[in-house]
Design a protein around this ligand. Structure first.
Ligand code: NAD
Ligand code: ISE
Length: 335
């Protein structure tokens, strides 16, 4: 039957997922929404037929009409929501980051293994973006040879209030961490963070932009320009340099116009616009797999590995030096 989903956190992403599940996704409906902000939860629930508003994740997960959970609260609240979902043995789509540090991610791994079956898909939606999918397929096909370097650019118009240097890594660069691991099929072993003289548009207390270098177990290098107050648009680009050639995505050349002596196009303004199709495919894949009784997509292991890289990144940032990533051995459960 139709999957009854509880959406936890009804902010920017949560509200967009509620709209998606209600209007775009097949085979699912929003049965419950949860927010510590009771008014916000009520407002979002009022727009969806048969949807109940809660302020406690545990209350929603205990409801009879809830079969699955989508977590879209801030990263530090994910661990508690995940562990509660495991108590009810409910499938979960957890927005990235799985958790903001390695120790909490490890507790999630251990709790999921105790259940005896996988329950978590992590919201690394770039794996569902058509351009990234094409890039992954090209690399996997081997025609370009072995990847040597990845150049990533990640630009946001402006950072939300309260955005910190650590969030720059945990909330933003976490995407490149996952993309690099996934595209190259290798773990990341060390992180270095460099900072140019900051942009005058960087808010007080945030060094923006920053330049991150990731080293992989196979000897490849990935760099990430992270610039979250670039002002002009939302851009995510990746170029993979291989032995026999290069491949590049994210230039946004959907339509080019020529007019009055100039040529050009438009730049997306936020992630909701740039990755709309990726989110749609991600949520549909989760609903379809869940209804088949399966778990697919980025796993809690991927969430843990990303958290371990980000933890090293935050240390590299504050200590100003290359920092090794401390990863446990991959449990056979996540093979
Ligand atoms: P937001 O601040 O807009 O919304 C968060 C909501 O969660 C708020 O309404 C807040 O009141 C609520 N909340 C806080 N603590 C809670 C708790 N313990 N239980 C229930 N609700 C709680 O944040 P956002 O930008 O929507 O981000 C939410 C999540 O989505 C984060 O994990 C973020 O990293 C992720 N995100 C992913 C993408 C992506 O591209 N995949 C983009 C943006 C955000
Ligand atoms: C946000 O949380 C996201 O996940 C976006 O994809 C990213 O571009 C942004 O920098 C993050 O803050």
């Amino acid at each position: 039957g139709t999957l009854g989903v509880a959406v936890i956190g009804t902010g920017r992403m949560g509200a967009d997922h509620v709209r998606r599940i209600s209007q775009v996704t097949g085979g699912a409906r929003v049965a419950a929404v949860v927010d510590v902000d009771a008014e916000r939860a009520k407002r979002v629930a009022a727009g969806v037929e048969g949807c109940t508003a809660y302020t406690e994740p545990a209350a929603a997960m205990a409801a009879d009409d809830v079969d699955a959970v989508l977590i879209a609260s801030p990263g530090p609240a994910h661990e508690a929501a995940l562990l509660t979902a495991f108590e009810h043995d409910l499938p979960v789509l957890c927005e990235k980051p799985l958790t903001p540090d390695a120790a909490s991610a490890l507790r999630v791994l251990q709790a999921e293994q105790k259940l005896g079956h996988r329950r978590v898909q992590v919201g690394f939606m770039r794996r569902y973006d058509p351009e990234y999918v094409e890039l992954k397929a090209l690399l996997a096909g081997g025609r370009l040879g072995r990847p040597l370097m990845v150049h990533n650019r990640h630009r946001n118009v402006a950072s939300p209030p309260g955005f910190t240097d650590a969030m720059l890594i945990n909330d933003s660069v976490v995407h490149e961490t996952d993309v690099t691991r996934w595209l190259l099929d290798q773990e990341i072993t060390a992180v270095t963070v460099l900072r140019p003289a900051p942009s005058p548009n960087a808010p007080e207390g945030l060094a923006d932009p920053q330049f991150v270098v990731l080293e992989t177990e196979g000897g490849a290098l990935a760099d990430v320009e992270i610039f979250v107050n670039c002002g002009f648009g939302y851009q995510v680009q990746a170029e993979v340099v291989c032995e026999c050639g290069t491949a590049r995505i994210g230039d946004g050349h959907v339509m080019v116009t020529t007019m009055a002596g100039r040529w050009g196009g438009t730049v997306a303004q936020d992630f909701v616009e740039r990755f709309e199709e990726a989110y749609d495919r991600e949520v549909q894949a989760w609903v379809d797999a869940t209804r088949r009784g399966e778990v697919t997509g980025p796993s809690a292991w991927d969430g843990y590995a990303a958290a371990a890289v980000c933890e090293a990144g935050v240390r590299a940032q504050s200590e100003g030096r290359r920092t090794r990533v401390d990863l446990i051995e991959r449990p056979p459960f996540y093979a």
